[in-house]
Design a protein around this ligand. Structure first.
Ligand SMILES: [Zn+2]
Ligand SMILES: [Zn+2]
Length: 410
């Protein structure tokens, strides 16, 4: 432990407490941290956290005196809250919160003591104060003991669990009312920019959020070694997969007399990758690249639209699956899941991929078909990966630079 002598001079007796604190901080700032072992920062951080809590506690204690004694009246501010916004740059919510916490803590001796000792932070003290405010007359001293003891040990998220359980024990109706209020605030924005990109923004109550989280976790699965996606990318993929599986299941209600499905308008020349062919159109989205249209056409219910030379009106043909249901069953039996080397995604999460695309003359026969999960299907079409079947029937993935990625038995 470093002594005060390491930091230079001692405080002189005629200094104000604020000067003493400022001088002490100045001494700390002057210390050359490179000359101190990094491990010494741990105890320093703990001590500074505690001192920070103590400073906040003193600030709240003085705020209570300022608020209750009308200390702001000699200024142009009408309330302690507006004074805090004016002089200390707090947001309206933060200023109101601090005034409410200062008033509530005045009735909570144990929380005030723990705060003043630096054992709990402002955020912890505020959570205890808010719980006491909600419970009103039902807040008893042993409830305060439980909350203060928990606040000394737990982070905010866990302390919140304790406050809800305590609240439920003492006043179950208030917990239900809060849950109902939270439920009323639910919303989901799905907005499309001029670039065709979709932005999602929303709020779910805790039960709905838990349902979505559980489904997304199940669809994300544990990351595989070759999975370079970030957690947020995996979550985004899982949400789309959730919608896709529901669309594919055919159990959604009909819209306009049809089961909902994606509609792609694409020229045969585009599907056949002919140079100079137009981009494809996907309903609700901006024009999509040819390779994306080829991937979607690889395993999709296709409604061909023929544009006859003598007719300007498109003529819709019959919807026909390029892959029959029995063929898909046989593929699931043979492949079990994604055939990309090293991938263990189950068959439910896969598309049928034509090793040679049917638009290039590839046949809908078992030798030309494999199951690929959405991510690997995308890598093979849009990201330049190639799949090669060896003479022994193994599948080898070639990276965009042409090097083999791995091989698996057939
Ligand atoms: Zn494909
Ligand atoms: Zn895969």
């Amino acid at each position: 432990m470093r002594s005060i002598a390491d930091f230079g001079q001692q405080p002189s007796p005629d200094q104000t407490p604020f000067q003493v604190i400022r001088d002490a901080l100045e001494h700390l700032r002057e210390e050359d941290l490179q000359a101190v072992p990094a491990s010494a920062m741990g105890p320093d951080l703990e001590e500074l956290r505690r001192l920070g809590n103590m400073l906040e506690a003193e600030s709240v204690r003085r705020l209570h005196r300022f608020d209750s004694g009308g200390g702001y009246e000699s200024t142009q501010a009408l309330t302690a809250k507006s004074w805090l916004r004016w002089k200390c740059n707090f947001s309206p919510a933060a200023a109101a919160g601090r005034v409410a916490v200062a008033r509530e803590l005045a009735e909570l001796p144990q929380a005030t003591q723990a705060f003043a000792d630096g054992d709990i932070s402002y955020a912890h003290a505020a959570m205890i104060a808010r719980t006491a405010e909600k419970l009103g007359d039902k807040m008893e001293s042993n409830a305060e003991t439980i909350l203060v003891t928990a606040a000394k040990e737990l982070d905010l998220a866990r302390l919140r669990m304790v406050t809800i359980k305590l609240q439920h024990f003492m006043d179950p109706d208030s917990v239900r009312e809060e849950a109902n209020e939270s439920h009323e605030l639910r919303f989901l924005h799905l907005s499309q920019t001029l670039d065709g990109v979709f932005y999602i923004n929303g709020r779910l109550d805790s039960e709905a959020g838990a349902i979505l989280q559980t489904a997304l976790n199940a669809l994300s699965g544990p990351p595989t070694p070759d999975d370079k996606r970030s957690p947020k990318q995996r979550r985004a993929d899982a949400l789309v997969e959730l919608a896709r599986q529901k669309l594919n299941s055919g159990t959604l209600p009909e819209v306009g007399g049809q089961k909902p499905h994606l509609t792609v308008t694409v020229a045969m020349a585009t599907l056949a990758n002919q140079p100079g062919s137009p981009a494809a159109d996907l309903e609700w989205a901006s024009p999509i690249p040819a390779e994306t249209a080829r991937r979607l056409a690889c395993d999709a219910a296709i409604t061909p639209i023929f544009l006859g030379p003598e007719s300007s009106q498109p003529r819709a043909g019959q919807t026909s699956r390029s892959i029959s249901a029995s063929q898909r069953k046989a593929l699931v039996f043979r492949d079990k899941g994604c055939r990309f080397p090293g991938c263990d995604r189950p068959a439910d999460w896969t598309d049928v991929h034509h090793l040679k695309h049917w638009a290039d003359g590839g046949k809908h026969v078992m030798d030309n078909l494999i199951l690929l999960c959405r991510r690997h299907h995308r890598m093979v079409h849009e990201e330049g990966w190639q799949l090669v079947v060896t003479a022994a029937g193994n599948i080898v993935a070639l990276m965009p630079d042409g090097f083999a990625f791995g091989a698996v038995p057939p």
